[in-house]
Each structure stands twice: as C-alpha cells, then as structure tokens.
Design a protein around this ligand. Structure first.
Ligand SMILES: *Cc1c(COP(=O)(O)O)cnc(C)c1O
Length: 430
C-alpha cells in the first residue's frame, strides 16, 4: 500500500495533506529540541525509579485497608524524588485534578484564612470549590475568603495589585500554570518562580500551591523546583502517560502533604490507608512513558498552531513562542468552527471515531461545552482531545496525543472537516 493511499483511506484529501507537509517542513529543529527535553525528563523519571528500587513487587496491589501497600508507598516516593519534594500523595483515590486541588486547598486553609489567586480567574471547576460560584461544601461555606488579582492586559503579573491584595489573612496563594479555558498565556516555571519570590517578599510564611495540570515534563524544572509548597495535577493528564486509568497527585512539603492525606482519608489515618487494588502497573508505566507522551503532545500543539495561524486564525501560543504546557488554543470565531474542528479530532481517533461531538452542559462549567475525544481512558485529555466552552471567543483548546503521528492525523482531519464545512473559504485555497 502506498503512503498516499492510507491518507486517502483515512479521509485526508491530497490538498490538505500537502498543506500540512508544507507547514511541517520548517519545524524539524523545534521538534529536535522537544526530543532533547523528553530525554532529560525520561532520565529524571528512570533515576527516581532506580533510587527507590522499583520492582515487580510494587505492581501487586492490595485490598481492604491497604496497610503497607509497597507499590503505593514506593510510587509516592518516586513522585517526590522526581519533583524534588519532601513528600507526595499519589493515588487512585484522588479521582481527578479538581479533586486533588480541592484536597490541597481545603487541607491547608482554615476558617478565617484567605486564599489569593494572583493570576486571575482559576479553572472553571475551581469556582465551586472556592465558592466564587456558590456551592455546598465550598471553601466560602467554611469561612475561607477569596481574593483575585487579574493579570495586566499584556498577560504580565500585576505586582502592585498583588502587593495590595496580600493582607494578614492571606494564608495560601494559588497559581495556575496553564491557561485553562482562557486566552491568556501559560506561565513558564521561571515566571512562576519570580512570582513566588515576590509573594514571599511581601509575606514570608505564605503557602504557595501551583495547579500544575498540563505542565508536567514540558520543561526541565517543575514549580516545586522554584519554591512552590505544593504542586498538584491529574493522572489522566501528563504524568499518567496515557496509561493511568484514574488518579491525581499532590507533591510538596511534608507539612502540607500530611494535612492533605488527613483530608483525603481521615485525621489520624492519612497516608497509611488506601488500597491500590490493581492499578499500580499502569501508574508506574504511565509515569515512565509520560516524558515522551508529553513530547508528542507538544509537537502536535506546535503543528496545530502553525497550521491555523497560517490560515489566519488567532492562536495562543503562536507557532513560534516557547511552550509551558501542552494546551493550544485556537480561536475559530464561531460555534460552527468549534464543531467542525472537534468533529475532525474525533474522526481521527482510534476509539469512537464514528461519533459526532455536540455541545452539551457539564457540571462545573457555566456554559455548554463541546468535547472531542476518542480515548482508551474515558475523559483522558492527554490522549488526543479538543474541547472548549461554547461562548465568545469560540476558542477550542486542543491538547494531547499519545503519539505524534496520531496528533498529526488529528490536526489534518480537523482541517479537512473545516474545509468540508466551507469554513476555510478565502483562507488558503481549500
Ligand atoms: C484539567 C484541569 C483541572 C481539573 O482537572 P480535572 O481532572 O478535569 O478535574 C484544573 N486545572 C487545570 C489548569 C486543568 O487543566
């Protein structure tokens, strides 16, 4: 079978394919740098596994209380070593990223304390956790107040505003690394380090948490290397490497992690319970694969940016900017554009390729959301996926791809569906 025929069988027209190859040609050097980063992070993970004597015994799960669960306890030390923290809480009982963040926040904030976000509005699902949108069991209901300092119009930190917002009640500062569902830039680890240093210069004892979702292994350092007391994320994103079927992590100081463990299970019990059942192999193997999976996702994100900016759409970040997470946002400008794009991502999937994504309401989000994902792990967004709230500016957030060839196919297919729907008229000859 010739190469061209498999593209055609998959539904990619020669015109779309040729356009994609032309966009791809100048990216070789950029991709080589990404492979270099993957190598560094791969070795960091292997070293942490070697130091902690990971063995086949770690893959045997426990049941019941899960006392002395070797696999779970060793994995937590592997994560702690990799992120250079004193302690880590990494387990399937943390159900998702929002849960991990909710545990980290509620464990380390008491009634009368104030939470500060110096980087603008946090991720949608945290609005109810914090109580920005009223919810039962929110931090607000427990007497924790919240303050937010928006970014300056150019995306920079508003240092004077942050200084003014910090007061005697400020207990915990939350910094979201990734843009989430916003068109703002994602922050580099170095930028996060500068912000942490500033916050500590104003109030030395303040606890700093970084929402690290989608950022893991994009750079050689993590926010825990630049002063964060806790870094938090989901195992069905970067660090799960596509294999973890569930889970979240919190890595940080022993003082913070002990409290998180008490909040997750029960005061006095903490990390000692929590049977891993039969999940351990996937959590280890996924962490092992994560650096190269992140590299594939980054290549896809850059390719997507280049393709769509060449066609005249606004993309964040641009195809040439440095990357601090695996998210690519593309402003398609209309609900139809979002639907066609997501249709293409879905049509390129190995699983559920025949279904058509449609916008629908999801708990935790305040507008309809469209999601495209044909994933082996349901809802996994380190697998090739695209989603976004259907509201102005009609931006899709594209992310993931366990392999680069799959990411490439997804983007070509999105382009094909956009062209088929007549949404590229006058933009590149389709
Ligand atoms: C995905 C995400 C979350 C929430 O994670 P879920 O696993 O979807 O609950 C929080 N913050 C950011 C920046 C995210 O990208």
């Amino acid at each position: 079978m010739s190469e061209a025929s498999i593209y055609e069988k998959l539904g990619i027209s020669p015109a779309v394919r040729a356009f994609g190859e032309a966009v791809l040609a100048p990216l070789a050097q950029r991709f080589a740098a990404i492979d270099q980063m993957a190598e560094q992070n791969q070795y960091k993970v292997i070293h942490a596994m070697q130091q902690n004597r990971v063995s086949a015994a770690c893959f045997a799960g426990t049941t019941g209380y899960g006392h002395d669960d070797l696999g779970r306890d060793t994995l937590e030390r592997v994560y702690a070593d990799c992120f250079h923290t004193e302690a880590a809480l990494v387990r399937p009982h943390i159900t998702c990223g929002t849960h991990a963040l909710a545990v980290a926040l509620s464990a380390n904030l008491l009634p009368g304390d104030e939470l500060l976000s110096p980087v603008g509005k946090p991720y949608d699902t945290l609005e109810e956790v914090i109580g920005i949108r009223p919810s039962a069991c929110s931090l607000a209901e427990y007497g924790v107040t919240y303050r937010q300092v928006d970014l300056l119009p150019d995306g920079a930190f508003d240092y004077e505003g942050i200084r003014a917002a910090i007061n005697e009640k400020t207990k915990l500062v939350t910094i979201q690394r990734s843009k989430g569902y916003q068109m703002r830039p994602s922050f580099s680890v170095a930028q996060i380090g500068e912000l942490i240093a500033f916050v500590r210069s104003v109030k030395p004892g303040v606890t700093v948490m970084v929402d690290n979702c989608y950022g893991e292994f994009v750079e050689a350092q993590e926010p825990s290397d630049v002063g964060a007391d806790m870094v938090v994320g989901s195992l069905i994103k970067n660090p799960g490497g596509g294999l973890a079927p569930i889970g979240g992590y919190i890595c940080g100081t022993k003082a913070c992690i002990d409290r998180c463990a008490y909040r997750l299970s029960a005061p006095g019990i903490g990390q000692d319970v929590g049977a891993s059942l039969s999940n351990m192999t996937a959590l280890y193997q996924g962490f092992f694969l994560a650096p190269t999976v992140v590299a594939s996702a980054l290549k896809g994100a850059i390719f997507a940016a280049k393709v769509y900016e060449t066609l005249g759409f606004r993309v964040v970040p641009t195809g040439d900017e440095s990357r601090h997470d695996v998210i690519q946002s593309i402003e398609l400008g209309s609900p139809e554009g979002m639907v066609a794009f997501c249709h293409g991502i879905q049509a390129a999937a190995p699983v559920d390729s025949y279904v058509t994504p449609v916008p629908y309401p999801i708990p935790g989000y305040n507008s309809d959301v469209i999601m495209a994902a044909g994933a082996f792990v349901q809802g996994s967004s380190i697998e090739l996926s695209a989603d976004g709230p259907v509201r102005e500016p009609y931006a899709v957030y594209y992310q993931g791809g366990l392999t680069w060839p799959h990411a490439k196919l997804g983007i070509l297919m999105s382009l094909q569906k956009m062209a088929d729907a007549g949404l590229l008229a006058g933009r590149g000859g389709f």
